[in-house]
Every structure is written in C-alpha cells, then in structure tokens.
Design a binder for this molecule. Structure first.
Ligand code: KIV
Ligand code: ZN
Length: 522
C-alpha cells in the first residue's frame, strides 16, 4: 500500500459528458463504456441523471447491475422525486452514491431558482437528509460554487455535512475560476468549516477558459481528494477536466504532486477510443490521447529521440496504452492469431460473437488492403462492438456510386428498412450528397446534418476511413461513426448509424420529453 494520499477519480462522462452537444450515447454504448471504466480503476462512475429521461434511468439501472469495482452514482436536484429516482435506479448495486445539488450563487438563486438564500439552505437540509436516509454515501454540490459568496458557501457546506453529506463537491460550473482563486476557495473551506474533516472535498471544473485541468490540480494541491472529470474532456460547452490529463499529470509530476490514483493508465487509450467512437472524434493534438500526442515530426526531435527517448518524451506511449503501429496481420492469418492479436490490443474481454464478426470483417479488409495495422484492427473491432450490439432499424444492403468529372454524381442504394428491402437511385452535388439523398428517399425523415468528417485510420491510399456524422432533430443530436476502406460506404454507414440512434432516442425520450428538456436545461 502506498503511503501517498489517494485521489479518488469520479468520472462523469456519461452524465456531464453526455450533456455536450452530439455526445448522446445509446444504452449499449454506455454499458460498454461502464465495463471499461470499471476495469480502468475509476472509483465512482456518475452514470446519469435518472429523473431526466427513461433512457438515463435505464442506463443507470443497467450500469449499477454490472459494476464489479467502481461505485455507481446518479445525479439529482434538491427534490425528493429526483432523489427517489436515483435510489430506484441505483439500488441493485451493493454500494452506491446519490449526488444532489442546488445553486448557491446570488445570480443562480435569484434568476434560476427564484429562491432566497434562506430557502436554499432549507432545501439543502431537506434534500441531503432525505438522501442520507437512503444511502451512507451522499455527495452534495453547490452549483455555480466559484461565483458563490464565500461566507454563504461555508455555511451551506457545514449544513450539508451536518445533514449527512460525505463528499462536498465544489463546481466551477461556468469555467470561470483560475488556479489561484480556486486554491483560495478550497483552502478557506478547509480552514473555516468546522466539520470539514467529516467529508471528502471534491473538485469539478469546466473548461470554458481552457483551465479545467489546471484548476482541478490546484484544488487537489489545496486539499481536495476527489476529482470529477470525463474521458477526452467531453462535457457541456468547452467540456470538463479531462480524466486522462489529470491522472497522467499526477503520475508524471509525482515529485510535485505526491498522490496516487487507482487508474490503470495503460487502459487510457482504449477508454478514450471507446468514448470517442460513441461520441465524437478526439482532436489530433489532444494531450495524452490525441493521434499526435506521441508523434515526433521534426528531424531534430527524431534524432534526439533515437539517442535517448527522454530528450523529448516526458511519458512513454506504452504507459497510456498506445501501441506502436506494426505490420502484423495479413490475409493468411487465422482466427487463432486474430484472437491473440485482440488480446494484445487490450480486447481480452470481447465475446466470441464479436470476435467472429470482427474476424469476418478482418478477412474482407485483408483481401482489399496490403498492410493491416493494429489501428485498422482496433477500428473494425470498435465498429463491431457498437453496431453488432444493437438491432438497427435501417441497414445498408448495397451501394454503387458513380462519381467523377462531367456527369452529375449518382448513387444506387438498397436498404433494409424495418425488414422491408427498398432500392432507389439519386443524383446529388457530389457522391456523398447523392448517398444521403438516397437514404432520405428510402426512409423519409427531417434531420439537419451538423457535421460530416473523414479521418484516415492508418497511412496510405488503401487506409480505412473512419467517417463521423452528427445530425439534429428537434434539438436532439446523435453521432454515427463507421469505418471502411471505401470512404463512401463508411459515409453511408455513419449516416445510418446516426439515424438509427436517433430512432432509438425518439422512442426513449418521447414520454418524458418535457421533463427532459427542463432537467437538461439546468
Ligand atoms: O457543473 C456543474 O455545476 C455540475 C453540477 C450538477 C455538479 O455539473
Ligand atoms: Zn458540470
């Protein structure tokens, strides 16, 4: 056992992270993410906001049943109905946390809640006491904490602890604070709240000024022992503090931050991929998990690296699970070798069905492509994990595209729409437009295309392309991704994936749409 202070890692990818536009995840994706988070060593997983929608409720319930190590948590406002929904969704887990919050800044109390400071104190007392009667593990957050009057914050924190809160989380809801100010807030709470030793202090920072990680680490150095964060830093607006950055900063600069976390850092890259597959791609220069995070382009850097890695490398790619791209598999590789390869790449726990599907795709790919790299294999396994776990309403049967100069571009497409096979042929402003038009004709719908993005998975003209598509319908957004050596096939499948998710979302949110919008608009 290390004698260093432990920093608890509280992940909110599936709650605050999901609140970022385009990041909504299906139940299957959330379950897949939760399994990886459990293995990664995350201490507490905030799996959703159970009152917000039937989909959130269902996800929190399902995740609570499968976690082996992590503690599941649900979010609730200061209301008995919210807390009851949390309890109901979490109660299958042997241990669980209820996280309840209310705004405490003058601005929020007046304009958002229309409550006086005294009324807010009453609500804190009532909600924390109520939650504590349902579990011993209660977290309380003063929303907009960093714009709250400090004396009032001390008073409300003391009250929440005396009513049974065991974790006190101080959110920088609007990403407004800076490290020195946040240090002062945490230090003041430690010095002025008489019962502060009965709770763990937690930090929760948003990234509007690009300071979320710096602020979180400042909070830890001032005495906080829990960090709330998300994989890839996804979250409302500019996002939340990125889990992988917090953990690797603590590990790399342990000389200045002598703490431990329970995170198995070698799984960070895998966790990042699974989250980005379900949400949106990670920027190339993103710290720790971006494609370029360990790439050295300049000749002088490459020369230094060859002489001694430490010249330009403060942590190894292996420490975050980045494997060197290697040429390993070809069309003669068998199922056994493929399974071994998946083990090496960190996919030891995938089911035989997924291996079978991925192996079939691998054989097709190996026929088309001269070099099959690790990244290619990972892309097609991730694709199989996401698509094969859910029954899609609409599936691509065949696609032919006529492109080039002169003629208008044309696509011929056959789709299976709810079991009925339908075909059409459409022209468009470019091949992608023609493909999307075919889908619209075969399954009439009215969505807005917000994003269409193509990435090459590996190098070379025969590389697999991963296409991301984000669509919007009545304020709801979904993201679809697909990989194929044919960019146009990947484009059709990515659009269909986003559309299939939208169909699921329509069904799941319809009965409580009004409530969802109200809640998500916090
Ligand atoms: O940013 C915030 O204030 C939150 C709270 C609900 C904890 O996410
Ligand atoms: Zn937040």
């Amino acid at each position: 056992m290390s004698d260093k202070d432990k920093i608890f890692i509280f992940d909110t990818t599936m709650r605050d992270g999901e609140q970022s536009p385009g990041a909504s995840m299906s139940l299957e994706e959330k379950i897949q993410i939760a399994r990886i988070f459990d293995e990664l060593g995350i201490d507490i997983i905030e799996a959703g906001f159970p009152i917000a929608s039937p989909g959130d409720f269902e996800a929190v319930t399902a995740i609570s049943k499968i976690l082996k190590n992590s503690i599941p948590c649900g979010l609730s406002r200061a209301s008995k109905k919210d807390i009851d929904a949390c309890h109901e969704a979490l109660k299958a887990a042997p241990r669980f946390r209820i996280h309840t919050f209310i705004s405490t800044s003058p601005l929020h109390m007046k304009h958002k809640l229309n409550k006086s400071p005294e009324q807010v104190l009453d609500a804190i007392k009532e909600s924390v006491t109520y939650a504590r009667n349902l579990t011993d593990d209660v977290e309380w957050s003063p929303e907009d904490g960093t714009r709250t009057d400090m004396d009032y914050m001390c008073k409300s924190v003391e009250l929440a602890i005396s009513c049974g809160a065991t974790t006190i989380n101080i959110p920088d809801t609007v990403g407004y604070t800076i490290p020195s100010e946040y240090t002062k807030i945490i230090t003041t709470l430690k010095n002025k709240v008489p019962n502060i030793d009965k709770a763990i202090l937690s930090v929760h920072c948003h990234n509007d000024l690009g300071l979320a990680v710096a602020n979180s680490l400042a909070g830890v150095q001032a005495g906080a022992r829990q960090v709330e964060c998300t994989i890839n830093g996804i979250g409302e607006r500019a996002g939340n503090a990125a889990l992988e950055e917090i953990v690797m900063a603590i590990r790399t600069r342990n000389d200045l931050m002598p703490y431990t976390t329970g995170i198995k850092t070698e799984l960070l890259s895998k966790a990042s991929k699974v989250v980005s597959n379900a949400t949106f791609p990670v920027q190339f220069n993103k710290a720790i998990v971006g494609k370029n995070a360990f790439a050295h382009e300049a000749g002088i850097h490459q020369d230094g690296m060859l002489k001694n890695r430490e010249t330009y490398e403060i942590m190894t790619p292996e420490s975050v699970g980045v494997k060197k791209t290697s040429l390993v598999m070809g069309k003669h590789s068998g199922r056994h070798a493929f399974k071994e390869k998946l083990n090496d790449l960190g996919y030891a726990d995938v089911t035989d069905d997924i291996i079978q599907t991925a192996f079939g795709k691998f054989k097709i790919l190996a026929d088309k492509k001269k070099h099959v790299y690790d990244d290619d294999i990972m892309a097609l396994v991730d694709d199989s994990l996401i698509t094969d776990n859910q029954v899609n309403a609409i599936n691509l049967k065949s696609l032919k595209v006529f492109a080039g100069t002169g003629e208008p571009q044309k696509a011929e497409m056959t789709l299976d729409v709810y079991g009925e096979v339908k075909s059409t042929s459409e022209t468009g402003d470019g091949p992608v437009d023609a493909i999307f038009k075919c889908i619209k004709v075969l399954y009439p719908h009215d969505v807005k295309l917000l994003l269409y993005q193509v990435h090459a998975v590996t190098e070379g003209t025969d590389a697999q392309a991963t296409v991301s598509v984000r669509i919007e319908e009545k304020g709801k957004t979904t993201v679809g991704q697909a990989a194929d050596t044919d960019t146009l096939v990947a484009s059709a499948n990515a659009y269909l994936s986003a559309l299939n998710k939208m169909i699921i979302k329509r069904k799941k949110t319809a009965p409580m749409e009004h409530e969802t919008q109200k809640v998500k608009g916090i």
